[in-house]
Write a protein that binds this ligand. Structure first.
Ligand code: EPU
Length: 332
């Protein structure tokens, strides 16, 4: 265990604050010793969905649990077990090399396997919940690993039980994914079919779709190795259809997606852009010029300044549209 360790290399926003204690987790046999009551634990995966607003008290556990194995297979499916410290994109690469379908649209999402179920990562018409069979998690209080079924994970849009009743109560150790040997391609998201066409692909494969997604992401989203960021900072808000129809009177070009009868989702990026924030820059902080949903650190930004900017954005979207944005990124 190390003391006073800078977390700058461990968070994609590139915020420079110290962890009081820091340790790497390589084996689940280390978990009982880390389960002692009375200490605040922070589980760190890829650090790609957190904003650090000050020195972190307690212990930061850097998840390095590695391994991808075939759990079982039949003629239609293969079940892959991935340890939670694996990089998510490496699992996508493993699946596409094996020709397995289900997660190809989720290529290049930063972060680890363990973080994927917590916020039910999603992109280009696919959410990870649709391929998750089970999640194994260490329960800090009970000091044992428990297997959660897909239903028990209570998945929602960027949401799961691990953000609610099990928040801070577990460390996800492994996830089992059920992937298809006969992929059904999801190219409904317009940008994917356009990109496949420009790549000259007429018969999609999981590999071709993953490459199309990677091209789209690289063209829109900033690379955290170059500009600090944590992907979408806010969730896309869901509003009543009646409110949407009222807003349409003054904003006839407002995009939307139907989510359930009487409810629509509106892209937060569009709302933020319309409030004039896209490309905003002040000192080291800013709003990305190609995707207004992404807040960025151009150098030595402080987490509190990014947090404050996010508050100003929430307020201006509320004032202009009467819609309350919710932050997607977690705060330590
Ligand atoms: N839009 C704007 N201005 C912007 C950004 C977007 O007008 O600055 C409009 C676009 O023109 C489009 C709509 O908003 O009509 C949707 O934009 P986009 O396809 O870029 O997706 P998004 O809804 O902004 C979501 C996810 C992303 C994911 C993409 C692609 C959330 C919070 N974000 O963004 O996920 O990659 O869809 O599926 O749901 C993440 O969670 O970190 C993330 C990057």
């Amino acid at each position: 265990m190390q003391q006073n360790v800078s977390l700058k290399p461990y968070n994609t926003f590139g915020i420079d604050v110290d962890a009081e204690y820091f340790t790497a987790l390589h084996n689940i046999s280390q978990l009982p010793a880390l389960s002692a009551a009375g200490i605040t634990r922070h589980v760190l995966g890829g650090g790609s969905n957190i904003l650090l607003t000050g020195p972190v008290k307690g212990i930061v556990i850097h998840n390095q649990l590695k391994g991808i194995t075939v759990e079982k297979e039949d003629i239609d499916y293969m079940w892959l077990r991935a340890q939670s410290g694996e990089l998510w994109h490496d699992v996508v690469m493993y699946a596409i090399e094996a020709g397995l379908g289900g997660i190809e649209n989720l290529a290049l999402i930063p972060g680890t396997v363990g973080a994927a179920p917590i916020q039910n990562i999603g992109a280009y018409g696919v959410e990870v919940k649709d391929t998750i069979e089970t999640v194994d998690a260490w329960l800090w209080d009970e000091q044992k690993v428990q297997t959660f079924t897909n239903t028990e994970c209570c998945f929602g849009y960027r949401d799961s039980v691990f953000k609610h009743s099990l928040k801070d109560k577990t460390l996800i150790t492994a996830v089992v994914f059920k992937l298809s040997k006969h992929p059904v391609y999801n190219t409904s998201y317009g940008a994917i079919s356009d990109e496949l066409a420009s790549l000259g692909v007429t018969e999609p494969t999981v590999k071709a779709i993953a490459h199309a997604v990677m091209n789209i992401r690289r063209s829109k989203l900033p690379d955290p190795k170059v500009i600090g960021n944590a992907g979408s900072f806010f969730k896309n808000p869901t509003i009543p259809t009646t409110q949407y129809e009222t807003l349409l009177v003054h904003h006839p070009d407002m995009p939307h997606y139907a989510v359930s009868p009487g409810q629509v989702k509106v892209p937060a990026g569009w709302l933020i852009e319309r409030c004039g924030w896209k490309g905003y820059k002040k000192g080291f902080i800013g709003v990305h010029a190609r995707q207004a949903l992404v807040l960025v650190n151009y150098g030595n930004a402080r987490g509190v300044d990014i947090w404050q900017l996010s508050g100003e954005i929430v307020a201006s979207v509320h004032e202009r549209f009467g819609i309350e944005l919710e932050r997607e990124v977690g705060v330590w």
